[in-house]
Design a protein around this ligand. Structure first.
Ligand code: RFL
Ligand code: PHB
Length: 389
């Protein structure tokens, strides 16, 4: 089989790139290790920057998102019983959009199927060959039979545990990593959200986040130990702990119910440089991870796709490879800023095992400064709504 762009991974990065290329008349095949249902079963991001919303519109896949998503003009930060709003609209003129990654991915799969573009599911043992010369190809197994896909370029969109990043020789790759000493225990419940905006809560018992998907679907997280497993937490224990970490006024009006999903995510900051090796380009979680505190994971994946798509579009329209040659540099310039923001928000809001009395005072002073200083709020708001592409 032959295509112009081989896309490894059918998560949001790979599918968005595939759809943008399809609209541009550039042929791409997506190779996904799992099934569509498996990919859609993962509950992940919920907050979209307008840059991602615009890309979905450009890809012609925004109809349901435009109808069913919710605009958020601000977010609440709380510390103990003190709470204040960061008003994005007033501070930056911009907003974010609440629309689940699951829904966005479903829309992209539906559009891909409707367009007849090819997706290979259950593609096992994917290997990238010849990325450092002019004739790259990808091999993979389907039901035990090896297949070969020849291509001009390979887009590595296969997440943190994928094969693409590992294809780049260690002598060329520089990995930067920070692993945090806690995780997030998250639940999804068919209950109305406790507040119309998200609440990021710092408390003596650890961090908590109140988020949502729609009027009757809430997503809540609490900081937990890395040794915990979801089975250790009954729904009742989760709700009790959440209530202790959010302002009393919010805890009093929290509507609880059975969880329909419960999972633990470890927290990590990670970047690999460069994001290009010959004809292989890394995008999204394959190249970088942020702790979810700033809601930047899916959004940084989207900015990578923007830069790569522009590079490919330019190349296929007039043979100009400038955009491809500068991809890694441009993508990384934005990534590092999102890494800094996510790391900063994580440090501001969590309890760390080794935190001294002094460290806690510093954290409180920073939150108090943020509460009372418009410029500090402006910095948070600019980063949260998304830095320009
Ligand atoms: P994905 O979503 O991991 O998709 C990669 C796909 O590649 C497939 N794959 C392979 N296919 C073929 N061959 C191989 N060898 C393969 N290895 C893997 C996988 O099956 C998968 O389908 O990466 P992608 O597309 O780059 O998307 C990244 C986002 O999923 C991720 O950054 C976000 O979910 C992060 N994130 C959040 N981001 C936000 O912007 N806002 C948020 O509010 C937000 N909340 C979150 C999050 C991530 C979380 N977890 C669980 C890590 C909340 C949580 C709890
Ligand atoms: C979510 O709704 O899943 C979510 C929202 C904001 C975050 C992280 C996760 O910072």
């Amino acid at each position: 089989m032959k295509t112009q762009v081989a896309i490894i991974g059918g998560g949001p990065s790979g599918l968005l790139l595939g759809q943008l290329l399809h609209k541009q008349g550039i042929d791409a095949v997506v190779l996904e290790r799992k099934t569509r249902d498996y990919v859609l079963g993962r509950i992940r991001a919920g907050i979209l920057e307008t840059g991602l919303v615009d890309l979905m519109r450009r890809a012609g896949v925004s109809e349901r998102m435009d109808r069913e998503s919710f605009v958020h003009d601000g977010t609440v930060i709380s510390s103990g019983d003190v709470q204040f709003e960061i008003n994005f609209k007033e501070l930056t003129g911009q907003h974010v959009v609440v629309y689940g990654q699951t829904e966005l991915t479903r829309d992209l799969y539906d559009a891909r199927e409707a367009s007849g573009a090819q997706t290979v599911f259950n593609a096992e043992n994917v290997q990238i060959h010849g990325a450092d010369n002019d004739t790259p190809y990808v091999t993979y197994d389907v039901e035990g039979n090896q297949q070969r896909l020849d291509c001009d370029y390979v887009a590595g969109c296969d997440g943190f545990h994928g094969v693409s990043r590992k294809t780049i020789p260690e002598t060329i790759r520089n990995d930067y990593e920070k692993v945090y000493p806690f995780g997030w225990l998250g639940i999804l419940s068919e209950t109305p959200p406790v507040h119309e905006e998200l609440i990021y809560a710092n408390s003596d018992r650890g961090f908590a986040l109140c988020s949502m998907r729609n009027d009757n679907l809430s997503r809540y997280y609490i900081q937990c130990s890395l040794t915990d497993s979801p089975e250790d937490w009954s729904d009742e224990a989760f709700w009790d702990e959440l209530k202790r970490r959010i302002p009393a006024e919010m805890a009093d009006k929290l509507v609880t119910g059975p969880s329909i999903e419960k999972s633990i995510a470890p927290l990590r900051s990670f970047v690999t440089e460069p994001m290009r090796w010959g004809r292989l380009f890394l995008c999204g979680d394959a190249a970088h991870i942020v702790p979810p505190t700033g809601a930047k994971g899916l959004n940084t994946a989207a900015s990578d796709i923007h830069y790569l798509f522009e590079g490919l579009r330019q190349f296929y329209s007039n043979g100009d490879a400038t955009g491809l040659d500068t991809y890694s540099e441009r993508a990384l310039a934005r990534i590092w800023k999102a890494e800094r923001f996510s790391w900063w928000m994580t440090n501001l809001l969590h309890r760390f095992p080794e935190q001294s009395g002094f460290d806690l005072k510093m954290q409180r002073a920073e939150i108090e400064f943020l509460r009372s200083n418009r410029e500090a709020q402006m910095v948070l708001a600019q980063n949260y709504v998304g830095l320009p592409y």
